[in-house]
Ligand binder design. Structure first.
Ligand code: HEM
Ligand SMILES: *[C@@H]1O[C@H](CO)[C@@H](O)[C@H](O)[C@H]1NC(C)=O
Ligand SMILES: *[C@@H]1O[C@H](CO)[C@@H](O)[C@H](O)[C@H]1NC(C)=O
Ligand SMILES: *[C@@H]1O[C@H](CO)[C@@H](O)[C@H](O)[C@H]1NC(C)=O
Ligand SMILES: *[C@@H]1O[C@H](CO)[C@@H](O)[C@H](O)[C@H]1NC(C)=O
Ligand SMILES: *[C@@H]1O[C@H](CO)[C@@H](O)[C@H](O)[C@H]1NC(C)=O
Ligand SMILES: CC(=O)N[C@H]1CO[C@H](CO)[C@@H](O)[C@@H]1O
Length: 354
């Protein structure tokens, strides 16, 4: 288990959430300003798998020592899963239909992130049995990606169950906003998930780590350069992406690409945000001052990021007896059984043929 000391930046919040006084307002249980969906809990696996969190942290420390870039891949994976945090983004499309992995915004999710989640799942299930869901593992992996990259440590409410159905390509595309959108479109999109302007600006701070492909931002370079973009920044981007379709990547946060800090907001104030959806947060009246607040106060950003991630991490979760605990994050248990059964059948046939 991570030391309690690592929670120091959030000690006050932790105390509050641990001593939850539960007031049921519709399906929510409010702990100060962090609402918890009924069915999730801060201590969900305390009895059934107390090692779950330490297994994730210990293993990710090793993974990130080799390649800190994987932290960004895991953080983004959780975000994509979370427009319905039920692990459905993890489902392998090939098994029984188009999955979230195959929807356009997911084309650039890192394949390695899926492998890491499956590997964590194997380690946890080996220790505790099939009791921890893939969606909870993805949520914990995202938290540890933030923390191990220099960001805040924070508690994650657990108890999510894994979905039985694939999200359709259409639903996924409609849910995930485009990097070409302006701030008012991004705000409206996240507002449908009850995420407000502060949440939206804080969550966008996830772009303080990781990479982007040229195709996600070359609309700002060609055919005409976005006048808002800093000239030197634009010149350097054009060198990385000489054409709109160049297959190359560049960092999202030029000041500290691998560090989870508030420099992303400093980038925006210097017109060095990569996507329209990033840069416009500093142009738009409803979000500009939030960008400035986070740029000058990292502690404030970390606090608001925790609140927003906790909200995002509970979007349309399955709990209780809904869904399932997948034995393999890539396939539904029913498909897994069919697969195993077919292996046994073939084996049986072969044996009977002898
Ligand atoms: C607000 C709307 C958002 C839009 C439009 C957006 C868009 C994108 C795009 C286009 C990329 C680059 C993909 C590529 O070309 O390879 C990206 C990368 C990334 N995004 Fe977002 N994103 C949004 C919100 C978020 C949120 C909420 C988080 C997490 C809190 C997040 C975390 C990341 C990370 C970590 C990467 C880098 C991934 C890597 O290096 O593999 N994004 N995002
Ligand atoms: C998905 O979206 C496409 C294009 O917008 C549309 O043609 C198609 O009918 C939609 N499919 C479903 C199942 O809604
Ligand atoms: C944002 O984009 C939408 C859709 O393209 C457009 O209708 C709207 O006018 C834009 N808003 C601002 C403030 O530019
Ligand atoms: C882009 O380049 C990478 C390696 O440099 C390669 O693996 C990938 O297939 C390429 N993608 C496309 C769409 O060409
Ligand atoms: C930064 O934000 C934190 C958290 O809200 C607050 O306690 C602190 O006073 C702020 N610092 C400054 C210098 O405003
Ligand atoms: C999980 O399922 C995928 C897709 O069917 C399969 O390729 C993989 O080998 C399975 N992993 C384990 C550990 O069974
Ligand atoms: C990481 C990952 O699974 N990416 C998938 C995105 O969609 C393409 C196209 O369907 C798949 O080939 C990738 O495997």
């Amino acid at each position: 288990m991570a030391t309690k000391n690592s929670y120091i930046p959030f000690s006050s919040i932790v105390v509050v959430v641990v001593m939850i006084s539960c007031v049921n307002v519709s399906q929510f249980c409010y702990a100060q300003n962090v609402p918890i969906v009924k069915g999730l809990s801060w201590s969900f696996y305390d009895k059934s798998c107390p090692e779950a969190e330490s297994i994730v942290r210990k293993q990710l420390k090793k993974v990130f020592k080799d390649d800190i870039g994987q932290a960004a891949g895991l953080l983004r994976l959780h975000f994509h899963d979370c427009f319905g945090c039920d692990g459905s983004v993890l489902l392998d499309g090939s098994a029984s239909g188009p999955s979230e992995q195959d929807a356009p915004p997911n084309l650039t999710l890192r394949a390695r992130a899926f492998e890491i989640i499956n590997d964590l799942r194997a380690r946890i299930h080996k220790k505790c049995g099939q009791v921890v869901s893939c969606s909870d593992i993805a949520a914990l992996a995202a938290r540890d990606s933030v923390f191990l990259s220099g960001g805040p440590d924070y508690p994650v409410p657990l108890g999510r169950r894994d979905g039985l159905t694939f999200a359709t390509q259409n639903a996924t595309s409609a849910n995930l906003p485009s990097p070409r959108s302006n701030a008012s479109v991004i705000l409206a999109s996240l507002e449908t998930k009850k995420l407000d302007a502060t949440d939206t600006v804080a969550l966008s701070g996830g772009h303080t780590i990781g990479l982007s492909h040229c195709s996600s931002f070359t609309n700002r370079l060609y055919p005409t350069q976005d006048p808002v973009m800093d000239q030197t920044f634009a010149k350097n981007l054009k060198a990385v992406c000489p054409a709109a379709t160049t297959n190359a990547t560049t960092v999202l946060d030029i000041r500290s690409p691998d560090l989870f800090d508030n420099k992303y907001y400093v980038d925006l104030m210097n017109r060095q945000g990569l996507f329209t959806s990033d840069q416009d947060l500093y142009s738009y009246s409803k979000t500009k001052n939030i960008v400035i607040d986070f740029a000058v106060n990292q502690t404030l950003f970390f606090e608001k990021f925790f609140v927003a991630m906790t909200k995002m991490g509970q979007l349309s979760v399955l709990t209780g007896s809904q869904g399932e605990i997948r034995a393999n994050c890539s396939v539904r248990n029913s498909d897994n059984k069919a697969y195993l059964a077919s292996v046994v059948d073939e084996d049986g046939e072969r044996l009977s043929a002898f």
